[in-house]
Structure formats: structure tokens, C-alpha cells
Design a protein around this ligand. Structure first.
Ligand code: PLP
Ligand code: COI
Length: 359
């Protein structure tokens, strides 16, 4: 296990400035005082682990991440309970998915215990940055290729880093249902591609489709499968669920989508609450038929950043479709409350999903 050097920021943000910034938290604009950094090289493996003052990197212009986009990341949150306790939600799952992404991008795997230590030590040092109430501290572990070399092959040097950002709601509308744009021109991932990995390139490829969604007054883009342009996959940054009138729920199967930790947790919470989960392909055609017949009554997006967000409307090239009443439905509300209840420690953690941070 790596030993971390702890180098405290000599100029942390004054408490009063932080309190002021906490009054109006958005998403991903404010950053804590420190960051964790670990280096890797083909000769030394993982080395030089530290938690240090958050600061820019000096990168050689030939660093391979700048040319061939060898980069992966994760997203997770630290939550503060009413009694002040700080917890992480299923961070071991992020560690595992990070290494799955690393394998797909031909990058070195970081031992799970070192990934977790980098996060826990950062949150412990920046514990004052974990907001209470509806806020949380969003943690962004990432790794990029730092070798200065222009040939196309896996880099022989990497930097792993974790930064932290106190956040409020991802969607500006707060608890209002979101609008989704169905992209018929662009796809996110193909079979054999990187859809199941959390690599920066997937997000770069989604931005034009997301811009189209924004132009149509929507919050997120929904991608269909690349081969047939038929099967519903996921949103630009979230997984998707549908609720039928018999109370069961449908979510697209894994393969070309990101295996969301929230998605997996929702499936477990649904089972706990006697809600049948169908993990199966669902086509946009079937969705339209189910809306016409009244069989499809609710839809929601889920992910670390968005938590659980009700979907009120789907827009596409030929018009717009209202989901159910257009308001947030009871099944969406129930699953959202169960999930947040565990994360905020208001409900019992019956699945052992929380990991306490000692501060
Ligand atoms: N799908 C995509 C493309 C994402 O970026 C995310 C967010 O991380 C998710 C799904 C949801 O994953 P998780 O619930 O692990 O945050
Ligand atoms: C996350 O939920 O962690 C993501 O990466 C999604 C992104 C939209 C912020």
C-alpha cells in the first residue's frame, strides 16, 4: 500500500469566503483547497503519492493525453449526515469501474486500496468542504497519459489525481422534471467501442448532441444504439429508467452503456420495495407505443451528479412526447427518497453501501 505525503495548503480559502460560496452551490465551479496526486511510470510503477495544495499541472506539449486522449475518470460524492458524520457511497464500486476503464484504455490499474486512500485522505483534509443539507462534495478521480511522445502506443507515464468540488443540484430547475432530447443523428458508443468505460473521449463525442439538446430547450440528450438507431441506451451523463402502469420498471441492459452505480443501486432498492425490474432492450418505437396506450407512466434519469431526476418530456425531430402527467411520478419519488435517505443516513444502510470518513 502506498504511503501518502500530506502537504497542507498554506493559503486555504478563508472560512467566511467558503460559507458565502456555500450559500449558492451550483455544479463543478468551486473547488476545495487540496488534491491527491499519484504518479506512475513503466520503471517505478505507482509512486510519489501525496495530498497537496490544489494547483495547475505543468505538462509537456507532447504529453500523449493532449494528442490521443488517453484519459479516464470517475465521479462520486461525500455526504454529510445531520449529525455531522461524513460518508462515501459505494466507493469500492468506483475503484472497480476505474480499473475496468483503465484496462479498456490500455492504462495501468491502480490498486483499489490506493484509490480509496487517495479519496479518503483528501476528504479528511478537506472535510470542511463537505456541505450539509442538500449539498455534497463531488469527487473527481482521474488519470491521464503524461509521457512526452508522439508515437501511437500506450503512454509509459501517467498521473492519477483527485479533486473535490462542493456541489448543489446538477439541474438548475431543482426538483422540476427534466426535458430530454432524443438524438437521431449522433450515437455515443458502438459494440466493441468504449461505451462502458468512463473515458473523456466519450464525453467529447457527446457534446455536439448535447448542444443540440440545449438548442431544443432540453436538459440532456438521449442516445440510441449505433447499429440500428432503435434501442434506447442512456443519456449524455446518466442512465435511464421507465416505469410501467403495472408498477414494474425497465432499464436498458449493460454492454455499450456506462454501468452506473446509481443504476445498480436503484435496481436493488426497487427489489427491496417489491418493484419488478426488467433489464432489457427497450426501443424508441416501443416507448412511443407505450406512451400512446398509457402503459408507460414515468421515466427518470439517474447518476451520481443528477441523483434521480424525473423526466417530464421527450423531444425529437418529429415533435414532443409528454411522459405520464408530465410531473414527477410516485415510483420515481419513492426510489429517489430511498436512495437519498441512505446517502444522508436518514434510513438504515441495509446493504453496507456507506463508508465512513474518519476526520
Ligand atoms: N452514464 C453516463 C454516461 C455517466 O456519465 C454517468 C455518470 O457517472 C452515469 C451513466 C451514471 O453513473 P453513476 O451512477 O455511477 O454515477
Ligand atoms: C457523474 O454523475 O459523476 C458524471 O460523470 C456525469 C456528469 C454529467 C457530471
Amino acid at each position: 500500500m502506498l504511503q501518502f505525503e500530506i502537504l497542507k495548503n498554506p493559503n486555504p480559502m478563508p472560512e467566511t469566503d467558503r460559507a458565502k460560496a456555500f450559500e449558492n452551490l451550483g455544479f463543478g465551479t468551486l473547488f476545495s483547497d487540496h488534491m491527491s496526486v499519484i504518479h506512475w511510470s513503466a520503471e517505478k510503477g505507482w509512486h510519489s503519492a501525496k495530498v497537496t495544495a490544489r494547483a495547475p499541472f505543468a505538462l509537456d506539449p507532447a504529453s500523449s493525453v493532449l494528442h490521443y486522449a488517453q484519459e479516464i475518470f470517475e465521479g462520486m460524492k461525500a455526504y454529510r449526515a445531520a449529525d455531522g458524520q461524513i460518508v462515501l457511497f459505494r466507493p469500492e464500486e468506483n475503484a472497480r469501474r476505474f480499473n475496468a476503464s483503465a484496462r479498456r484504455l490500455a492504462m495501468p490499474e491502480l490498486p483499489e486500496e490506493d484509490f480509496l486512500a487517495a479519496i479518503e485522505k483528501l476528504v479528511a483534509l478537506d472535510s470542511a468542504w463537505v456541505p450539509g443539507g442538500e449539498g455534497s462534495l463531488y469527487l473527481r478521480p482521474f488519470m491521464f497519459a503524461s509521457e512526452a511522445f508522439l508515437g501511437v502506443r500506450p503512454s509509459r507515464e501517467y498521473i492519477f489525481c483527485v479533486i473535490a468540488s462542493p456541489v448543489g443540484p446538477y439541474f438548475k430547475g431543482g426538483a422540476k422534471p427534466v426535458k430530454i432530447w432524443v438524438s437521431e443523428d449522433y450515437s455515443r458508443a458502438a459494440v466493441g467501442g468504449t461505451g462502458a468505460a468512463k473515458c473523456g473521449g466519450n464525453y467529447a463525442a457527446s457534446l455536439l448532441a448535447q448542444a443540440e439538446a440545449t438548442q431544443h430547450g432540453c436538459d440532456q440528450v438521449l442516445f440510441l444504439d449505433a447499429a440500428e438507431r432503435k434501442w434506447i441506451e442512456e443519456l449524455g451523463g446518466m442512465n435511464i429508467f421507465f416505469v410501467l402502469d403495472d408498477g414494474s420498471i425497465i432499464t436498458p441492459p449493460l454492454g455499450t452503456i456506462l454501468p452506473g452505480i446509481t443504476r445498480n443501486s436503484i435496481m436493488t432498492l426497487a427489489a427491496d420495495n417489491n418493484i419488478t425490474v426488467h433489464e432489457r432492450p427497450y426501443s424508441f418505437e416501443e416507448l412511443q407505443a407505450d406512451l400512446s396506450s398509457g402503459r408507460l407512466v414515468e421515466a427518470f434519469a439517474c447518476g451520481t451528479a443528477a441523483v434521480v431526476a424525473g423526466i417530464g418530456e421527450l423531444k425529437h425531430g418529429n415533435g414532443s412526447l409528454t411522459i405520464g402527467s408530465g410531473e414527477i411520478g410516485p415510483v420515481t419519488k419513492l426510489l429517489r427518497e430511498k436512495l437519498i435517505g441512505i446517502q444522508k443516513q436518514d434510513l438504515a444502510d441495509t446493504h453496507g453501501w456507506l463508508r465512513r470518513i474518519a476526520v
